[in-house]
Design a protein around this ligand. Structure first.
Ligand code: FES
Length: 178
């Protein structure tokens, strides 16, 4: 299992995992359901290595399999997420309509690493979080709404035909509440 941040499990987290393991027992897709519930209950919406190990232990699943599931699905996060999530689509339709410029602009405005951006291509997944943990900027391969390109999702709200001005306005409103 990859060694990533794992601040340790509290008694409350252990109880939650115990409950989720019990309630999902014998159900199809139990592991994914447990991972989803545990992540949803985490204040920073992520699955720590300690949580994954404990889930593996409680479900009798090999730790590598638990980690594979958590790292394969885009739904799951292995690092703490910001209070606000900005997800920029990097699929072909959005890319041809300027999603890379949108991504660069929002990262620049939030002071997020340009070095990480320089090395990314259309296909790469990206997840950067501001040092104050207020914003996470992520990319997605396609929202399945290509006719609305370029598409950006802010806090689970889809914005269509986004341009730099509308993105700046939306992010600015969230930044003022920072
Ligand atoms: S490529 Fe962006 S929604 Fe499909």
């Amino acid at each position: 299992m990859q060694n990533v941040a794992s601040p340790g499990l509290s008694a409350k987290e252990r109880v939650l995992i115990d409950q989720e393991v019990t309630s999902h027992e014998g159900r199809p897709g139990a592991l994914l359901g447990i991972l989803e519930a545990v992540q949803a209950a985490n204040a920073h919406k992520y699955l720590s290595m300690d949580a994954l190990r404990y889930i593996a232990d409680k479900t009798g699943t090999p730790p590598a399999r638990v980690y594979s599931a958590a790292s394969f699905f885009a739904l799951f996060n292995l690092f703490p997420q910001g209070d606000n999530t900005i997800c920029v689509c990097r699929g072909t339709a959005c890319h041809t309509r300027g999603s890379r410029d949108l991504l660069e602009k929002v990262c620049l405005d939030l002071g997020l690493g340009s070095q990480d951006l320089e090395s990314t291509s259309e296909a790469d997944k990206l997840a950067l979080t501001t040092s104050d943990q207020k914003f996470t900027v992520r990319t997605v391969a396609c929202f399945g709404q290509c006719a609305l390109a370029p598409v950006v999702e802010i806090n689970h709200h889809i914005l269509s035909h986004v341009n730099e001005r509308t993105l700046q306005r939306e992010v600015g409103a969230l930044t003022r509440g920072r």
